[in-house]
Design a binder for this molecule. Sequence first.
Ligand code: CMX
Ligand code: CO
Length: 159
Amino acid sequence: MSTRPIAMEAVHMFMRIDHVGIACHDLEEKIAFFERTFDLRVVARETNEEQGVKEAMLHIADGEGGGSYIQLLEPLGPDTPVGKFLAKRGEGVHHVAFGVPDVAEAMREIGGRGVRVLDAEPRHGTLGSSIAFLHPKDMGGVLTELVQAPDTGDAAPGH
Ligand code: CMX
Ligand code: CO
């Protein structure tokens, strides 16, 4: 096993964990739980018809190129990615999202390495971000999201 330290100047495709997406049946109930248990604060609420979700972002920290959050997801209906997930597996971690400097570039690069990219083009994500998903079957069973934070220089809107 190598004990060499990782070079500090190493450039990673993933800059940080942007968020962990958690599927739930009742968004308001889960928001209240995270607020009262961990003193977290909701910085964005959105309905994203394209993704089939009603969602809330709870801010945890600021990092390189953007913040990190918990994303709570309630499906808009049973025939949506989160609706199908809840029916099959129940509440729990739905996906992990990594911050990337340029989502289109990351999609090309990762797609070229044999991982199925589920989106042909970057889509609209929370807080004005651009997002794309990688197939869970190519990612060790973990649905993975790529997130490019909006170009505003404001990593945590709502502050
Ligand atoms: N994590 C891990 N595995 C998952 C999964 C998830 N979130 N969702 C589905 N799977 C697995 C299923 O368990 C199933 O595996 P088996 O065949 O072994 O049972 C397989 O993938 C196929 O699942 P399915 O229920 O038939 O669902 P689909 O193939 O129709 O869709 C997926 C799966 C990942 C392609 C689809 O959910 C998708 O495109 N997701 C991306 C968009 C999304 O999730 N949006 C909501 C979040 C929005 C946001 O974060 O902003
Ligand atoms: Co997400």
